[in-house]
Ligand binder design. Structure first.
Ligand SMILES: Cc1cc2nc3c(=O)[nH]c(=O)nc-3n(C[C@H](O)[C@H](O)[C@H](O)COP(=O)(O)OP(=O)(O)OC[C@H]3O[C@@H](n4cnc5c(N)ncnc54)[C@H](O)[C@@H]3O)c2cc1C
Length: 418
């Protein structure tokens, strides 16, 4: 039997849940449909960073040559699987063309503004509705252990200062004073005092509980298989459990988003960027501050009584299989930067894989498709999907209610590559 709803959100990850949250704040009760459990996609066991420090988009000068070097190394943090897949080839071409200084200059102020606004929304959310997702204000330390890393961090410090993002360049002895509980083996680093972190699994569970208790309809284990179109609008989604009608539809399917709208003739350039995390129980959790190990592209996060190492970006399609040697590469990097860890500490760790939805220019797709008058998209956040989830949800709620979002929507436009 067809069911009627106002706003139908496809995908119950960080982005879909936040969209429902901010719609609810405007008095709109939506329906979220997920093919699995709410929050159990990429949003579950990631590094949990809320990072205004990540203002440099993924598509930046130098990344292609670095990527080509990394591709020759089977344990590198970045891997692109060569494939004769037209969507992948088209995406790779757009990505290559976006790796320019102009893209960095265009995207960096926007990413700074979005993530700063989102961080404030996280703080507000953490104080309300009985939520307890371990919102921590510890900052972020980005460590380096090579001359190339030092040069990159100095350049980033300069950019941060220009953009007004707080960043402190520190030598090893200064870092040691900042984190006396941790033995620092890296040469130095950059400290971003305004970064925050959360425990993402607790956050998505809190959001799910809150939304359900406040009348948002949650359809789990229900797969969207297609859409019903009339004139220039969508009238319903076809799911594994029948048709669901609606007035507005929000595409928040993460890395699966292009598949969901393929039948509509829309080509959304998003590729899955697989990453892994390894979580261990650690009651004397040190370090106490999240750290990025620059050369290894590894993120470390203390979360409650656990400690998490995360990393790797594999552009290899919608594949969640775990490549053990890349997981080991994440772990072997840790003792090179800090003391107090051996590989044995991670032996009983829980290994998890997630698929980041990666856009070609490092900026998400947020807004209405021009071709359909009631289809809004919110995806392509790559490494920033947790950081930007609240502000994305708020923008989408504004777009649906007809209010003007406070950001430059042209840079976020879903048709910008069409
Ligand atoms: C190792 C790792 C570490 C990371 N660390 C960070 C970090 O520290 N900070 C940060 O900001 N970001 C981080 N990220 C990125 C972040 O996790 C993602 O950008 C974010 O989770 C994307 O959220 P989403 O809602 O778009 O996608 P998802 O959470 O993947 O949600 C999409 C949902 O859509 C559902 N779906 C798909 N197809 C269908 C369909 N046909 N019908 C119904 N439902 C469907 C899926 O089941 C899924 O639940 C990390 C990612 C990884 C992998």
């Amino acid at each position: 039997m067809a069911k009627d709803n106002g706003v139908v959100i496809i995908g119950g990850g960080a982005i879909g849940l936040c969209t429902a949250y901010y719609l609810l704040q405007q008095g709109v009760k939506s329906t979220i449909i997920d093919k699995g459990e709410m929050g159990h996609g990429s949003s579950l066991h990631n590094a949990g960073y809320i990072s205004p420090s990540h203002f440099v988009p993924l598509a930046a000068p130098g990344i292609i040559s670095q990527g080509l070097r990394w591709m020759l190394n089977p344990v590198s943090p970045f891997y692109v699987k060569p494939r004769l897949d037209l969507d992948f080839i088209a995406w790779a071409w757009k990505f290559r063309n976006s790796c320019t200084q102009e893209n960095v200059e265009r995207a960096a102020p926007l990413l700074r503004d979005l993530s700063t606004a989102s961080s404030a929304l996280f703080e507000e959310m953490a104080k309300s509705n009985g939520m307890d997702f371990e919102f921590m204000k510890k900052g972020l330390l980005v460590l380096f252990r090579s001359e190339r890393g030092r040069a990159a961090m100095m350049e980033e410090a300069g950019m941060a200062h220009k953009l007004g993002v707080g960043a402190l360049f520190l030598e090893r002895r200064d870092i040691q004073k900042l984190v006396p509980e941790t033995e620092i083996r890296a040469d130095g680093g950059l400290f971003f005092p305004d970064d925050r972190h959360i425990t993402p699994a607790k956050w998505v569970a809190d959001l799910t509980r809150y939304l359900e208790a406040n009348g948002v309809q949650m359809l789990q284990n229900t797969e969207v298989k297609g859409m019903v179109v009339s004139n220039n609008g969508i009238t319903a989604v076809r799911t594994s459990d029948g048709e669901i009608r609606g007035e507005e539809f929000v595409l928040a399917g993460g890395a699966w988003s292009p598949e969901i709208v393929r039948g509509l003739g829309l080509k959304l350039p998003v590729q899955a960027g697989k990453g892994y995390s390894i979580t261990i129980n650690r009651s004397n959790r040190k370090p106490l501050i999240p750290m990025i190990l620059t050369e290894a592209r590894v993120a470390l996060t203390p979360m409650g009584n656990t400690f998490r190492a995360a990393g790797t970006m594999e552009i290899a399609g919608l594949d969640l299989s775990i490549t053990q040697r890349r997981v080991e590469a994440i772990l072997t990097a840790v003792p090179k930067y800090i003391g107090g860890f051996t590989l044995d500490d991670f032996k009983q760790g829980e290994v998890w894989a997630g698929l980041r939805p990666v856009s070609p220019d490092g900026v998400p797709f947020i807004g209405r498709f021009s071709r359909y008058n009631n289809l809004v998209v919110a995806t392509g956040h790559a490494m920033l999907g947790i950081t930007l989830a609240p502000v994305t949800g708020k923008i989408i709620a504004d777009v649906i209610s007809g209010s003007k979002p406070q950001f430059d929507m042209t840079l976020l436009h879903p048709d910008r590559f069409a």
